[in-house]
Design a protein around this ligand. Structure first.
Ligand SMILES: Cc1cc2nc3c(=O)[nH]c(=O)nc-3n(C[C@H](O)[C@H](O)[C@H](O)COP(=O)(O)O)c2cc1C
Length: 303
């Protein structure tokens, strides 16, 4: 998740080993081959075999509209050790869509097909090339056509966020549409959207007819959600979450902006408040503070 799930967050969330793999924030590809520093910035795991410290593979996600540069950058990421390449056709951001990237391409299944095909051809066969899509841009009329185009282009798998771009993040996610896609497409499908609990995961699996699921915001709201779903583990207690928040604040960062970590921690609180009533009181206290040490000392009171 762009601006949210960086390598430190991935490292923390994958510690239990409950995620099969993670995906980087999207890397925007225009017409240039990016230098390796960009790939290392988004995916420092490349320096450690492409895995988080707990050994969870991290796929490098690319977002772009031009076949050749997408293929060239994907091949480069693979040569740097990416265990998988993921292509983003789901991003609803205005700035991204304005320059013909992300979900806007769902109006053009042929173009999506060409991009996936070029990337698949450019990346060694043993490296998976997966795709992320929404159900459409304005509406769902091209959902199956897009999925078929992605399959036909040789994608290894397809994650479907069960909403259109216009539906944004508004509940509900239309899991039944994932089942409809699955009836037509033979590559493995991963169901995504609005899985916040074990109960949601059970329901989503039943309705989407998918055993594989992807979690985004739910994994931030309940940091051991993957473990809860996979192993029926108890949800983390609030003091344990506070310990995670403090460990997150200690990760080494390249970012020189002094407000970077305080704002990332506050951002995490916006997700935690959904699951933990205690987070609301702490957030009220930290939100006006800019000093990292001060913020962590407030959080530490709840240990
Ligand atoms: C702040 C934010 C950033 C996101 N960035 C990405 C991204 O970089 N790549 C991607 O494939 N999806 C991204 N997503 C979409 C999520 O991966 C996911 O598809 C969506 O939130 C629905 O799943 P959820 O209900 O489990 O969160 C982002 C979502 C949010 C809220």
């Amino acid at each position: 998740m762009e601006g949210v799930v960086d390598y430190a967050m991935r490292d923390i969330l994958t510690k239990s080993g409950a995620y099969d793999h993670a995906v980087t924030e999207f890397i925007r590809i225009n017409t240039q081959k990016l230098p390796k520093s960009v790939f290392y910035k988004y995916c420092p795991e490349l320096l450690h075999g492409g895995n988080t410290q707990s050994g969870t593979p991290v796929y490098v996600q690319l977002l772009g509209q031009h076949c050749d540069p997408m293929a060239e950058n994907a091949a480069f990421a693979a040569s740097l050790g990416a265990p998988g390449i993921d292509l983003n056709f789901g991003c609803p951001a205005k700035t991204v869509n304005k320059s013909m990237g992300g979900s806007i391409l769902l109006q053009f299944p042929d173009q999506i097909h060409n991009i996936v095909k070029a990337v698949r051809a450019g990346v060694p066969k043993n490296i998976p090339v997966t795709v992320k899509m929404r159900l459409g841009y304005h509406d769902k009329t091209l959902a199956i056509e897009n999925a078929l185009a992605i399959e036909e282009a040789g994608a290894t798998g397809l994650a479907v966020h069960a909403r259109t771009k216009i539906e944004g993040y508004k509940p509900p996610a239309h899991w039944q549409w994932i089942a409809k896609i699955g009836e037509q497409v033979n590559i493995p499908i991963v169901a995504n959207g609005d899985i916040w609990s074990l109960k949601d995961a059970v329901e989503c699996r039943k309705i989407s007819n998918c055993s594989d699921i992807m979690i985004g915001r739910g994994g931030l709201s309940l940091p051991n959600l993957a473990d809860v779903i996979k192993n029926d583990t108890a949800p983390l207690s609030w003091p344990d979450v506070c310990r995670l928040l403090i460990s997150y604040s200690k990760y080494q960062r390249d970012d020189k902006k002094t407000n970077f970590l305080p704002s990332r921690i506050k951002q995490w609180f916006s997700y935690l408040q959904r699951q933990y009533p205690q987070a609301q009181g702490v957030f009220k206290e930290i939100k006006t503070h800019k000093e990292l040490a001060h913020i962590t000392s407030i959080i530490a009171r709840d240990l």
